[in-house]
Design a binder for this molecule. Structure first.
Ligand SMILES: Cc1cc2nc3c(=O)[nH]c(=O)nc-3n(C[C@H](O)[C@H](O)[C@H](O)COP(=O)(O)OP(=O)(O)OC[C@H]3O[C@@H](n4cnc5c(N)ncnc54)[C@H](O)[C@@H]3O)c2cc1C
Length: 380
Protein backbone atom coordinates (compact mmCIF):
# COMPACT_ATOMS: atom_id res chain seq x y z
CA UNK A 1 0.00 0.00 0.00
CA UNK A 2 1.35 3.43 -0.95
CA UNK A 3 0.82 5.96 1.83
CA UNK A 4 1.74 8.92 -0.36
CA UNK A 5 -0.64 9.43 -3.23
CA UNK A 6 1.63 10.39 -6.08
CA UNK A 7 -0.20 11.56 -9.22
CA UNK A 8 0.95 11.08 -12.80
CA UNK A 9 2.33 14.67 -12.67
CA UNK A 10 4.40 13.80 -9.60
CA UNK A 11 5.84 10.75 -11.37
CA UNK A 12 6.69 12.81 -14.45
CA UNK A 13 8.37 15.39 -12.22
CA UNK A 14 10.46 12.67 -10.57
CA UNK A 15 11.65 11.53 -13.96
CA UNK A 16 12.47 15.08 -15.09
CA UNK A 17 14.35 16.08 -11.94
CA UNK A 18 16.25 12.78 -11.85
CA UNK A 19 17.49 13.40 -15.40
CA UNK A 20 18.34 17.00 -14.55
CA UNK A 21 20.47 15.94 -11.56
CA UNK A 22 22.14 13.19 -13.60
CA UNK A 23 23.17 15.74 -16.23
CA UNK A 24 23.75 18.95 -14.27
CA UNK A 25 24.84 17.81 -10.79
CA UNK A 26 26.26 14.28 -10.48
CA UNK A 27 29.13 14.79 -12.97
CA UNK A 28 30.34 17.84 -11.01
CA UNK A 29 29.98 16.60 -7.44
CA UNK A 30 33.62 15.56 -6.96
CA UNK A 31 34.76 18.96 -8.23
CA UNK A 32 32.38 20.75 -5.84
CA UNK A 33 33.46 18.59 -2.89
CA UNK A 34 37.03 19.55 -3.64
CA UNK A 35 36.14 23.25 -3.96
CA UNK A 36 34.10 23.20 -0.75
CA UNK A 37 31.19 25.03 -2.38
CA UNK A 38 28.75 24.70 -5.28
CA UNK A 39 28.74 27.36 -8.02
CA UNK A 40 25.91 29.86 -8.01
CA UNK A 41 25.24 28.96 -11.65
CA UNK A 42 23.63 25.64 -10.64
CA UNK A 43 21.14 27.55 -8.50
CA UNK A 44 20.16 29.64 -11.51
CA UNK A 45 19.82 26.53 -13.66
CA UNK A 46 17.51 25.07 -11.01
CA UNK A 47 15.55 28.33 -11.01
CA UNK A 48 15.23 28.39 -14.80
CA UNK A 49 13.70 24.92 -14.69
CA UNK A 50 11.25 25.94 -11.95
CA UNK A 51 12.84 23.67 -9.31
CA UNK A 52 13.19 26.30 -6.55
CA UNK A 53 10.45 27.35 -4.11
CA UNK A 54 7.92 25.32 -6.07
CA UNK A 55 5.18 25.96 -3.50
CA UNK A 56 5.10 29.74 -3.99
CA UNK A 57 2.14 31.17 -5.92
CA UNK A 58 2.27 32.31 -9.55
CA UNK A 59 2.44 35.99 -8.61
CA UNK A 60 6.03 35.40 -7.45
CA UNK A 61 6.96 33.37 -10.50
CA UNK A 62 6.33 29.85 -9.20
CA UNK A 63 3.57 27.28 -9.61
CA UNK A 64 2.05 26.69 -6.16
CA UNK A 65 3.10 23.02 -6.10
CA UNK A 66 2.27 20.77 -3.15
CA UNK A 67 4.82 19.49 -0.61
CA UNK A 68 5.15 16.12 -2.40
CA UNK A 69 7.19 17.86 -5.10
CA UNK A 70 9.66 18.95 -2.41
CA UNK A 71 9.76 15.39 -1.06
CA UNK A 72 10.55 14.06 -4.56
CA UNK A 73 13.27 16.67 -5.01
CA UNK A 74 14.94 15.74 -1.70
CA UNK A 75 14.80 12.06 -2.62
CA UNK A 76 16.28 12.56 -6.06
CA UNK A 77 18.93 14.97 -4.78
CA UNK A 78 20.13 12.27 -2.40
CA UNK A 79 21.00 10.10 -5.45
CA UNK A 80 23.72 12.63 -6.29
CA UNK A 81 25.46 11.62 -3.03
CA UNK A 82 26.42 15.08 -1.89
CA UNK A 83 24.90 17.78 0.29
CA UNK A 84 26.35 21.03 -1.02
CA UNK A 85 23.44 22.03 -3.19
CA UNK A 86 21.20 22.93 -0.28
CA UNK A 87 18.15 23.99 -2.27
CA UNK A 88 15.73 22.19 0.10
CA UNK A 89 17.05 24.40 2.91
CA UNK A 90 16.34 27.45 0.74
CA UNK A 91 12.99 26.38 -0.74
CA UNK A 92 11.38 24.55 2.16
CA UNK A 93 12.97 26.00 5.28
CA UNK A 94 14.22 29.58 4.81
CA UNK A 95 11.96 31.06 2.14
CA UNK A 96 8.80 29.94 4.01
CA UNK A 97 9.75 32.48 6.72
CA UNK A 98 9.56 35.19 4.06
CA UNK A 99 6.39 33.94 2.36
CA UNK A 100 4.60 33.47 5.70
CA UNK A 101 5.73 36.49 7.71
CA UNK A 102 7.19 39.23 5.48
CA UNK A 103 5.30 42.34 4.40
CA UNK A 104 3.91 42.33 0.87
CA UNK A 105 6.59 44.83 -0.13
CA UNK A 106 9.38 42.51 1.05
CA UNK A 107 7.74 39.53 -0.63
CA UNK A 108 7.58 41.38 -3.94
CA UNK A 109 11.20 42.45 -3.56
CA UNK A 110 12.70 39.08 -2.69
CA UNK A 111 10.49 36.13 -3.59
CA UNK A 112 10.83 36.30 -7.41
CA UNK A 113 14.64 36.15 -6.99
CA UNK A 114 14.31 33.22 -4.59
CA UNK A 115 12.32 31.39 -7.27
CA UNK A 116 14.73 32.25 -10.12
CA UNK A 117 17.87 31.36 -8.15
CA UNK A 118 19.21 34.93 -8.28
CA UNK A 119 18.75 35.09 -4.50
CA UNK A 120 20.17 32.28 -2.35
CA UNK A 121 18.99 32.32 1.25
CA UNK A 122 20.31 31.19 4.64
CA UNK A 123 18.88 31.14 8.14
CA UNK A 124 21.19 32.26 10.93
CA UNK A 125 20.26 31.29 14.46
CA UNK A 126 23.30 29.52 15.95
CA UNK A 127 26.06 31.51 17.65
CA UNK A 128 29.49 30.44 18.91
CA UNK A 129 28.20 30.33 22.48
CA UNK A 130 24.72 29.01 21.90
CA UNK A 131 23.10 26.46 19.61
CA UNK A 132 20.57 24.27 21.37
CA UNK A 133 19.57 27.03 23.77
CA UNK A 134 18.19 29.33 21.10
CA UNK A 135 16.69 31.78 23.57
CA UNK A 136 20.21 32.58 24.79
CA UNK A 137 21.36 34.23 21.54
CA UNK A 138 23.27 37.48 22.02
CA UNK A 139 23.21 39.07 18.55
CA UNK A 140 21.45 42.34 19.30
CA UNK A 141 19.20 44.62 17.29
CA UNK A 142 18.81 48.08 18.82
CA UNK A 143 16.23 50.47 17.36
CA UNK A 144 17.56 53.75 16.00
CA UNK A 145 15.07 55.91 14.10
CA UNK A 146 13.69 53.91 11.20
CA UNK A 147 16.47 51.33 11.47
CA UNK A 148 17.79 48.69 13.79
CA UNK A 149 21.53 48.44 14.42
CA UNK A 150 22.73 44.83 14.57
CA UNK A 151 25.82 43.55 16.37
CA UNK A 152 26.86 39.95 16.87
CA UNK A 153 28.19 36.77 15.35
CA UNK A 154 26.63 33.63 13.89
CA UNK A 155 28.26 30.31 13.14
CA UNK A 156 27.58 27.04 11.29
CA UNK A 157 25.42 28.85 8.75
CA UNK A 158 24.58 26.66 5.75
CA UNK A 159 24.87 28.51 2.41
CA UNK A 160 26.88 31.00 4.48
CA UNK A 161 29.14 32.10 1.64
CA UNK A 162 26.75 31.76 -1.28
CA UNK A 163 23.85 33.48 0.46
CA UNK A 164 22.45 36.76 -0.85
CA UNK A 165 19.81 37.12 1.85
CA UNK A 166 19.79 35.97 5.47
CA UNK A 167 16.90 35.40 7.83
CA UNK A 168 18.71 36.53 10.96
CA UNK A 169 17.66 35.77 14.54
CA UNK A 170 18.41 38.69 16.87
CA UNK A 171 17.32 39.93 20.27
CA UNK A 172 16.28 43.28 21.63
CA UNK A 173 18.55 43.72 24.68
CA UNK A 174 15.99 46.02 26.33
CA UNK A 175 13.49 43.15 26.63
CA UNK A 176 14.26 40.96 29.62
CA UNK A 177 12.25 37.88 28.68
CA UNK A 178 14.39 36.25 25.95
CA UNK A 179 11.39 34.47 24.41
CA UNK A 180 9.62 37.82 23.92
CA UNK A 181 12.69 39.78 22.85
CA UNK A 182 13.60 37.78 19.77
CA UNK A 183 13.07 38.98 16.21
CA UNK A 184 13.83 37.79 12.71
CA UNK A 185 15.24 40.30 10.22
CA UNK A 186 16.01 40.00 6.54
CA UNK A 187 19.58 41.16 5.92
CA UNK A 188 21.01 41.40 2.42
CA UNK A 189 24.58 40.35 1.69
CA UNK A 190 26.56 43.50 0.98
CA UNK A 191 24.82 45.56 3.66
CA UNK A 192 27.58 47.63 5.36
CA UNK A 193 28.58 45.94 8.62
CA UNK A 194 27.61 42.44 7.43
CA UNK A 195 30.74 40.33 6.75
CA UNK A 196 30.97 36.71 5.76
CA UNK A 197 33.66 34.87 7.70
CA UNK A 198 35.61 31.77 6.91
CA UNK A 199 34.14 28.56 5.61
CA UNK A 200 34.14 26.00 8.38
CA UNK A 201 36.31 22.95 7.68
CA UNK A 202 33.96 20.08 8.42
CA UNK A 203 34.32 16.32 8.71
CA UNK A 204 31.70 15.85 6.00
CA UNK A 205 29.31 17.89 3.86
CA UNK A 206 32.40 19.13 2.04
CA UNK A 207 30.63 20.87 -0.85
CA UNK A 208 28.37 22.78 1.57
CA UNK A 209 29.65 26.30 2.31
CA UNK A 210 28.87 26.31 6.03
CA UNK A 211 30.30 29.58 7.37
CA UNK A 212 30.51 32.19 10.08
CA UNK A 213 28.69 35.53 9.70
CA UNK A 214 29.60 38.78 11.46
CA UNK A 215 27.47 41.87 12.11
CA UNK A 216 29.11 45.10 13.26
CA UNK A 217 26.88 48.17 13.54
CA UNK A 218 24.93 46.74 10.63
CA UNK A 219 22.01 49.05 9.89
CA UNK A 220 18.82 47.46 8.55
CA UNK A 221 15.43 49.16 8.08
CA UNK A 222 12.86 48.24 10.73
CA UNK A 223 10.58 47.29 7.85
CA UNK A 224 12.86 44.28 7.21
CA UNK A 225 11.44 42.67 10.35
CA UNK A 226 9.40 39.51 9.78
CA UNK A 227 6.11 39.40 11.66
CA UNK A 228 5.25 41.40 14.77
CA UNK A 229 7.98 42.79 16.99
CA UNK A 230 9.01 40.19 19.57
CA UNK A 231 7.52 37.23 17.71
CA UNK A 232 10.83 35.73 16.48
CA UNK A 233 10.83 32.75 18.82
CA UNK A 234 7.24 31.84 17.99
CA UNK A 235 7.92 32.04 14.23
CA UNK A 236 10.95 29.79 14.59
CA UNK A 237 8.93 27.23 16.56
CA UNK A 238 6.13 27.32 13.97
CA UNK A 239 8.49 26.58 11.10
CA UNK A 240 10.63 23.97 12.81
CA UNK A 241 8.01 21.27 12.16
CA UNK A 242 8.70 21.34 8.42
CA UNK A 243 12.48 21.64 8.96
CA UNK A 244 12.56 18.58 11.19
CA UNK A 245 10.26 16.62 8.92
CA UNK A 246 12.65 17.34 6.05
CA UNK A 247 15.53 16.04 8.19
CA UNK A 248 13.56 12.85 8.82
CA UNK A 249 12.92 12.50 5.07
CA UNK A 250 16.63 13.04 4.46
CA UNK A 251 17.49 10.40 7.06
CA UNK A 252 15.23 7.73 5.56
CA UNK A 253 16.21 8.60 2.00
CA UNK A 254 19.93 8.47 2.79
CA UNK A 255 19.47 5.07 4.46
CA UNK A 256 17.53 3.76 1.45
CA UNK A 257 20.31 4.85 -0.93
CA UNK A 258 23.11 3.41 1.22
CA UNK A 259 21.29 0.10 1.46
CA UNK A 260 20.67 0.06 -2.30
CA UNK A 261 24.36 0.57 -3.17
CA UNK A 262 25.46 -1.93 -0.52
CA UNK A 263 23.14 -4.67 -1.80
CA UNK A 264 24.56 -4.12 -5.28
CA UNK A 265 28.11 -4.27 -3.95
CA UNK A 266 27.47 -7.44 -1.93
CA UNK A 267 26.11 -9.20 -5.00
CA UNK A 268 29.19 -8.32 -7.04
CA UNK A 269 32.02 -8.75 -4.57
CA UNK A 270 33.21 -12.29 -4.04
CA UNK A 271 35.12 -13.96 -1.19
CA UNK A 272 35.83 -17.63 -0.64
CA UNK A 273 34.48 -18.30 -4.15
CA UNK A 274 31.04 -16.78 -3.76
CA UNK A 275 29.35 -13.37 -3.63
CA UNK A 276 29.50 -11.93 -0.12
CA UNK A 277 25.70 -11.56 -0.32
CA UNK A 278 25.59 -15.35 0.08
CA UNK A 279 27.10 -15.25 3.58
CA UNK A 280 24.45 -15.52 6.23
CA UNK A 281 25.93 -12.60 8.17
CA UNK A 282 25.62 -10.30 5.13
CA UNK A 283 22.06 -11.45 4.55
CA UNK A 284 21.07 -10.91 8.17
CA UNK A 285 22.65 -7.46 8.24
CA UNK A 286 20.92 -6.48 5.00
CA UNK A 287 17.56 -7.81 6.15
CA UNK A 288 17.88 -6.01 9.49
CA UNK A 289 18.71 -2.76 7.71
CA UNK A 290 15.84 -3.22 5.24
CA UNK A 291 13.46 -3.64 8.19
CA UNK A 292 14.66 -0.45 9.86
CA UNK A 293 14.49 1.48 6.58
CA UNK A 294 10.93 0.30 5.95
CA UNK A 295 9.85 1.21 9.48
CA UNK A 296 11.33 4.67 9.01
CA UNK A 297 9.78 5.11 5.58
CA UNK A 298 6.31 4.12 6.81
CA UNK A 299 6.50 6.48 9.77
CA UNK A 300 7.83 9.39 7.71
CA UNK A 301 5.32 8.95 4.87
CA UNK A 302 2.48 9.02 7.41
CA UNK A 303 3.89 12.26 8.85
CA UNK A 304 4.16 13.80 5.37
CA UNK A 305 0.44 13.16 4.86
CA UNK A 306 -0.43 14.67 8.25
CA UNK A 307 1.85 17.66 7.67
CA UNK A 308 0.18 18.28 4.30
CA UNK A 309 -3.21 18.09 6.05
CA UNK A 310 -2.08 20.93 8.32
CA UNK A 311 -1.95 18.87 11.50
CA UNK A 312 0.23 19.78 14.47
CA UNK A 313 2.67 16.88 14.64
CA UNK A 314 5.46 18.46 16.66
CA UNK A 315 5.95 15.45 18.92
CA UNK A 316 5.89 12.83 16.16
CA UNK A 317 8.22 14.93 14.00
CA UNK A 318 10.66 15.16 16.91
CA UNK A 319 10.54 11.37 17.33
CA UNK A 320 10.98 10.88 13.59
CA UNK A 321 13.89 13.30 13.30
CA UNK A 322 15.82 11.61 16.06
CA UNK A 323 14.99 8.02 15.12
CA UNK A 324 15.48 8.24 11.35
CA UNK A 325 18.76 10.13 11.58
CA UNK A 326 20.16 7.67 14.12
CA UNK A 327 18.89 4.81 11.95
CA UNK A 328 20.72 6.36 8.96
CA UNK A 329 23.91 6.45 11.02
CA UNK A 330 23.49 2.77 12.01
CA UNK A 331 22.84 1.83 8.39
CA UNK A 332 25.84 3.87 7.21
CA UNK A 333 28.13 2.08 9.61
CA UNK A 334 26.93 -1.42 8.69
CA UNK A 335 27.11 -0.62 4.98
CA UNK A 336 30.74 0.49 5.30
CA UNK A 337 31.52 -2.77 7.13
CA UNK A 338 29.94 -4.81 4.33
CA UNK A 339 32.15 -2.98 1.82
CA UNK A 340 35.30 -4.10 3.65
CA UNK A 341 38.34 -1.91 2.96
CA UNK A 342 36.68 -0.34 -0.06
CA UNK A 343 34.07 1.18 2.24
CA UNK A 344 36.85 3.34 3.62
CA UNK A 345 37.98 4.60 0.21
CA UNK A 346 36.89 7.88 -1.29
CA UNK A 347 36.13 6.43 -4.71
CA UNK A 348 33.34 4.29 -3.26
CA UNK A 349 30.14 6.29 -2.73
CA UNK A 350 29.43 4.65 0.62
CA UNK A 351 32.46 6.42 2.15
CA UNK A 352 31.03 9.90 1.53
CA UNK A 353 27.50 8.81 2.42
CA UNK A 354 28.76 7.45 5.77
CA UNK A 355 30.66 10.65 6.54
CA UNK A 356 27.75 12.87 5.52
CA UNK A 357 25.18 10.93 7.54
CA UNK A 358 26.85 11.79 10.84
CA UNK A 359 25.74 15.39 11.16
CA UNK A 360 22.01 14.73 10.77
CA UNK A 361 21.63 13.95 14.47
CA UNK A 362 23.24 17.30 15.34
CA UNK A 363 21.66 20.01 13.20
CA UNK A 364 18.08 21.27 13.04
CA UNK A 365 17.95 20.71 16.80
CA UNK A 366 20.12 17.92 18.21
CA UNK A 367 18.52 14.55 18.79
CA UNK A 368 18.77 15.15 22.53
CA UNK A 369 16.69 18.31 22.08
CA UNK A 370 14.17 16.27 20.02
CA UNK A 371 13.83 13.92 22.96
CA UNK A 372 13.41 16.76 25.46
CA UNK A 373 10.60 18.21 23.31
CA UNK A 374 8.87 14.83 23.12
CA UNK A 375 9.32 14.22 26.85
CA UNK A 376 7.80 17.62 27.66
CA UNK A 377 4.73 16.98 25.51
CA UNK A 378 4.39 13.55 27.09
CA UNK A 379 4.06 15.28 30.45
CA UNK A 380 7.32 13.80 31.81
C1 LIG B 1 26.75 21.13 9.02
C2 LIG B 1 25.96 22.04 9.91
C3 LIG B 1 25.03 22.91 9.35
C4 LIG B 1 24.32 23.80 10.16
N1 LIG B 1 23.48 24.73 9.60
C5 LIG B 1 22.92 25.68 10.38
C6 LIG B 1 22.20 26.78 9.79
O1 LIG B 1 22.03 26.85 8.57
N2 LIG B 1 21.71 27.74 10.61
C7 LIG B 1 21.87 27.70 11.97
O2 LIG B 1 21.40 28.60 12.64
N3 LIG B 1 22.55 26.68 12.55
C8 LIG B 1 23.08 25.68 11.79
N4 LIG B 1 23.80 24.66 12.37
C9 LIG B 1 23.99 24.65 13.82
C10 LIG B 1 23.23 23.53 14.53
O3 LIG B 1 21.85 23.77 14.46
C11 LIG B 1 23.78 23.45 15.94
O4 LIG B 1 25.09 22.91 15.85
C12 LIG B 1 22.91 22.60 16.86
O5 LIG B 1 21.70 23.24 17.11
C13 LIG B 1 23.61 22.29 18.19
O6 LIG B 1 24.10 23.44 18.79
P1 LIG B 1 25.61 23.47 19.34
O7 LIG B 1 26.47 23.02 18.21
O8 LIG B 1 25.85 24.80 19.90
O9 LIG B 1 25.66 22.35 20.44
P2 LIG B 1 25.29 22.57 21.99
O10 LIG B 1 23.98 23.24 22.11
O11 LIG B 1 26.45 23.14 22.67
O12 LIG B 1 25.13 21.04 22.45
C14 LIG B 1 26.24 20.20 22.79
C15 LIG B 1 25.67 18.87 23.29
O13 LIG B 1 24.86 19.11 24.45
C16 LIG B 1 23.59 18.57 24.27
N5 LIG B 1 22.57 19.37 24.94
C17 LIG B 1 22.40 20.72 24.88
N6 LIG B 1 21.34 21.09 25.57
C18 LIG B 1 20.79 19.95 26.08
C19 LIG B 1 19.67 19.66 26.89
N7 LIG B 1 18.82 20.62 27.33
N8 LIG B 1 19.41 18.37 27.22
C20 LIG B 1 20.23 17.38 26.79
N9 LIG B 1 21.32 17.59 26.03
C21 LIG B 1 21.59 18.86 25.68
C22 LIG B 1 23.38 18.58 22.76
O14 LIG B 1 22.36 17.66 22.37
C23 LIG B 1 24.76 18.19 22.29
O15 LIG B 1 24.90 16.80 22.33
C24 LIG B 1 24.49 23.75 11.56
C25 LIG B 1 25.40 22.83 12.13
C26 LIG B 1 26.14 21.99 11.32
C27 LIG B 1 27.13 21.08 11.96
Amino acid sequence: MEILKYSEEHRIFRDVIRKFFEKEVTPYVDEWEEAGIVPKSIWRKMGEQGFLCMDLPEEYGSVGADFLYSVILVEELSRTNHTGLATPLHSDIVVPYISSYASEELKKRYLPGCVSGEIITAVAMTEPNTGSDLAAIKTSAVEDGNDVVINGQKTFISNGLNCDLVVLAVRDPSVENPYKGMDLFLVEAGTPGFEKGKKIKKVGWHSQDTAELFFTDCRVPKTNRLGEKGSGFIMLMEKLQQERLLCAIMGVTAAERMLEITIEYCKERTAFGRPISKFQNSQFKIVEMATEVKLGRTFVDKLIVEHMDGENIVVDVSLAKYWTTEMAMRVADRCVQLHGGYGYCEEYPIARAWRDARVMSIFAGTNEIMKTIAAKFMGL
